[in-house]
Design a protein around this ligand. Structure first.
Ligand SMILES: [Cu+2]
Length: 148
């Protein structure tokens, strides 16, 4: 008769591997895109954006910076209802519009602004920060919403 001899160390290793696999599975399960349910019971796909800032000093000591939305391009389906979650990380506040719609708002540092979006025509819509619309104003802080 043969016995399988398990040392304490191999049991510990086995337990560690098991825990790692279990933790990985749980993480995968919950890291999928989150959805929000509206009052009407519809499911909305959530898309997260943050306000970012690149800052550096040139060789002669001049400070230069650029503001951006991150990510700079998002994709939504035609007629798809999505919820944009705009979180202010860098910059005091960013008043914005989405061109071709009547959507406007402000993203403030440390706060989240949510926007329900449903675009009925294909194309590229621009999410424009009105404070940083071009390079001269430390932008362009413009994200492209691609509707396809
Ligand atoms: Cu801005």
């Amino acid at each position: 008769m043969q016995f399988i001899v398990l040392k304490k160390r191999s049991i510990l290793l086995f337990v560690l591997i098991f825990v790692a696999i279990a933790a990985g599975s749980i993480w995968l399960l919950f890291s999928k895109e989150t959805v929000t349910t509206t009052a009407q019971g519809e499911q909305l796909r959530e898309i997260h954006l943050v306000t970012t800032e690149f800052k550096t000093k040139t060789e002669d000591g001049k400070e230069i910076e650029a503001y951006r939305w991150d990510p700079g391009t998002i994709y939504v389906g035609k007629d798809e209802k999505v919820l944009l979650r705009l979180y202010g990380v860098n910059g005091h506040e960013h008043p914005f519009i989405i061109e071709g719609t009547d959507i406007k708002g402000v993203v403030k540092k440390g706060e989240e602004t949510t926007v329900e979006l449903q675009l009925k025509e294909e194309g590229v819509y621009r999410l424009v920060c009105l404070t940083h619309p071009d390079m001269g104003s430390n932008g362009p802080m413009i994200a492209n919403i691609v509707v396809d």
